[in-house]
Design a protein. Structure first.
Length: 230
């Protein structure tokens, strides 16, 4: 099975830069990898509702929402668009929805998180060690082997088959638009891409909410196998 391949260092601020596959792989493996979701550029309210339902079903605890101004994500609001089955679930803190203004902000938030508790402890120990040796330039930011990769689900020449993908670390997933797929800016924010293999000729791509369910189910099936082997 493949580890997640990190793309060349592109970012949202330079959406015209093409992504070239780098050969380096993530060396760290989380004991309990966690999935995150970036929700942006989705047109239909029903798709957003179904994505949230699938996210809850597969244990996603944190969803980053960029834009989506026409959808009311406030579970407390009388006019909320949150599916009724999820209102109490969200109000009890089982799934947190974070509203952001830009993809850059979402990337910064994700890259500022630790992929797991072990990496957080390592970073704190490193920071304490640097302080004890008088190094004022020490930082508690993530080590390069503890980043959370942002993976786009997109049919792309560089994409890896979901079926062959291992998930050694916590991962943030981002889907494309129902009609146009991922924008150039979205793709520039990604560290790599996965595709969902199809075995019939009925359609070019799956519904976005269906794709979310397939990806999250595959993520947890891989994670459970890897945890059982530890």
């Amino acid at each position: 099975m493949n580890d997640i391949i990190i793309m060349d260092a592109t970012n949202c601020q330079n959406p015209t830069t093409s992504c070239n596959v780098d050969t380096k792989q993530i060396p760290h493996r989380c004991a309990h990898p966690t999935p995150y979701l970036i929700l942006t550029n989705i047109q239909k309210k029903q798709n957003i509702k179904n994505i949230l339902l699938s996210s809850a079903a597969f244990g996603v605890t944190l969803v980053f929402v960029v834009g989506q101004k026409k959808f009311d994500f406030d579970a407390d609001s009388p006019s909320t668009d949150i599916p009724p089955a999820l209102v109490d679930y969200i109000l009890r803190g089982r799934m947190k929805i974070v509203r952001l203004e830009s993809l850059e902000e979402a990337v910064d938030r994700i890259k500022g998180m630790y992929c797991c508790e072990e990496m957080r402890q390592r970073a704190e120990q490193k920071h304490q060690h640097c302080q004890s040796h008088g190094n004022d330039n020490s930082q508690t930011s993530n080590c390069s082997d503890g980043i959370i990769p942002i993976i786009g689900i997109e049919i792309d020449p560089t994409s890896i088959s979901l079926e062959q993908q291992a998930f050694p670390t916590s991962t943030a997933f981002m889907m494309g638009n129902e009609g146009q797929g991922m924008t150039t800016k979205q793709m520039a924010c990604c560290d790599g891409f996965l595709r969902i293999e199809q075995y019939g000729g009925g359609t070019a791509s799956l519904n976005v909410s269906v794709a979310v369910g397939v990806v999250l189910h595959r993520f947890f099936s891989k994670v459970l196998i890897n945890v059982d082997r530890v």
